[in-house]
Design a protein around this ligand. Structure first.
Ligand code: PNS
Length: 158
């Protein structure tokens, strides 16, 4: 496969995301990690912060680029001439909404979605639980990269 895109919020980027990016990067010649820029949604980290943490986290992967998009994912993919979106599936509870998105995206533009099954040690990780546990003073550091942990601490200290 030539180009593929891994879209998401990445608020923040976790080791679960990293595992999917590493595996997806082996399946295509160029993987674009596309961070959603949705000004209507309140994120913990700004778009620039989310992109910077990703950039640093994937610096060992030569064929991964970090980008962002606004609006419909399918419009972004069309503009970049990318035909395949990649998403990670943790367990069956992820499936209904992911299938719905995949079908909608395909009906809107013909874009295909490939799912990668997340590895066992990452099944319980989500950005929202990382944010919640960090806010409540729990140990979340093993689920993110050192830079993300550093940025979380700084953000929560503000
Ligand atoms: O990391 P997330 O929050 O699960 O990522 C969800 C994301 C950003 C991939 C999805 O919400 C998305 O593609 N949003 C862009 C708007 C869009 O295309 N909506 C129609 C989806 S069928």
């Amino acid at each position: 496969m030539e180009k593929a895109c891994y879209p998401g919020s990445f608020d923040p980027f976790t080791r679960g995301h990293l595992e999917i990016i590493e595996r997806a990067s082996c399946l295509c010649s160029q993987l674009t990690v596309a961070v959603i820029d949705n000004p209507a949604k309140r994120h913990l980290f700004s778009l620039e912060e989310r992109k910077e943490m990703l950039q640093q986290g994937v610096s060992h992967l030569g064929n991964v680029v970090i980008d962002h998009f606004q609006g419909l994912l399918v419009d972004y993919l069309k503009d970049r001439q990318i035909g395949v979106a990649i998403r990670g599936l943790r367990d069956s509870s992820d499936a209904p909404v992911e299938m719905q998105m995949a079908r909608l995206n395909r009906q809107m533009s013909g874009c295909e979605t490939l799912w990668l099954a997340a590895e066992g040690q990452f099944l319980h990780i989500s950005s929202s639980f990382v944010r919640e546990i960090a806010r409540l003073g729990g140990p979340y550091q093993n689920w993110v990269t050192p830079l993300v942990a550093q940025r979380m601490e700084a953000k929560l200290a503000q």
